[in-house]
Design a protein around this ligand. Structure first.
Ligand code: HSE
Length: 297
């Protein structure tokens, strides 16, 4: 039996659209083994218990890559998931990595982490959730031609997150559909400056710059309109003195960054959210430094 644990991730981090991401200490665990025949999936919604399951699709893709596609045996997959689905917290990246890492282990593929990053990013379509989920910490990742290039940056341990998560889903497909084909030149310049400042400020510990550095003009304004009460919640995060606030991945989760010693924010945010019709929950999280782990038991 192979056990794979993959962290949740928050992609984009404000201005870093499709390139920045950070791993979080919230996990999906996948228990996977070969069986005599057939596909058995347990621990997830009924609608995912079939051959279109992302973990299984990723396994097949990895078996093809390592030359084990002719394996005659069946597969048994058990989910133990804490990452909410379609909330902008990297649940699909976690499933894809779970499948690729398990198949590599079962098929004795000996793929390097860079090769795993490439296969998983190809399935996901962009690397910004896959890279931090695989390597942990914060990552910058870009695709050039067919290759994915990345750098891992240590996320400051003196910071934490408050994830504000609604009870409704938002698919990445729908959230990408509202983005424009073209943006004004000045919006590109706006984001280039801020994403550079964000990385410098995090590296140097100049956290008072984060609020300015986290501003974005490439996706948040367009997507905010899909999320009920978005502007009010973002406004309240700032009023309660978060260091910065951004849309987590494609949304709808809204993420506030806090100093470790801020003990009031989540409680006050919870009280604020109780007035809305949609149910929102808050989850205090830290960054995960290790990324995905594989154990053969
Ligand atoms: N960078 C992606 C997006 C993350 O914002 O659409 C979603 O998975």
């Amino acid at each position: 039996m192979v056990e794979v644990r993959v962290p949740a991730t928050s992609a984009n981090i404000g201005p870093g659209f499709d390139c920045l991401g950070v791993a979080l200490n919230l996990y999906n665990r996948f228990y996977i083994e070969e069986s005599e025949e057939g596909l058995f999936i347990d621990g997830c919604e009924e609608s995912y218990k079939n051959e279109k399951n992302l973990v299984y699709v990723a396994m097949r893709r990895c078996f093809e890559r390592i030359g084990s596609e002719g394996r005659q045996r069946g597969i048994r997959i058990n989910f133990d998931s804490d990452i909410p689905i379609s909330r902008g917290l990297g649940s699909s990246a976690a499933c894809i990595l779970g499948g690729v890492l398990a198949a590599n282990e079962i098929g004795k593929g000996n793929l390097s982490k860079d090769e795993i990053l490439e296969i998983a990013s190809e399935i996901e379509g962009h690397p910004d959730n896959i890279a931090p989920a695989l390597f942990g910490g914060m990552t910058v990742s870009v695709k050039d031609e067919d290759r994915v290039y990345y750098e891992k940056i240590r996320f400051p341990q003196s910071l934490k997150f408050c994830a504000v998560i609604p009870d409704f889903k938002l698919s990445t497909k729908d959230s990408r559909a509202v983005l424009p084909d073209n943006i004004p030149y000045k919006d590109g310049v706006y984001n280039v400056g801020r994403v550079s400042l964000l990385i410098a400020a995090l590296s140097n510990g100049n956290f008072e710059l984060l609020r300015l550095a986290c501003k974005d003009r490439l996706h948040e304004t367009y997507r905010g309109s899909l999320i009920g009460n978005y502007n009010e919640i973002v406004g309240e995060c700032s009023r309660l003195n978060s260091l910065c606030v951004f849309l987590s991945g494609a949304g709808p989760t809204i993420m506030a960054v806090l100093k470790e010693e801020d003990t009031d924010f989540c409680r006050q945010m919870e009280a604020f959210l109780s007035k809305f019709k949609s149910k929102w929950v808050v989850k205090e999280l830290k960054s995960d430094s290790y990324g995905a782990l594989v154990a053969n038991t």
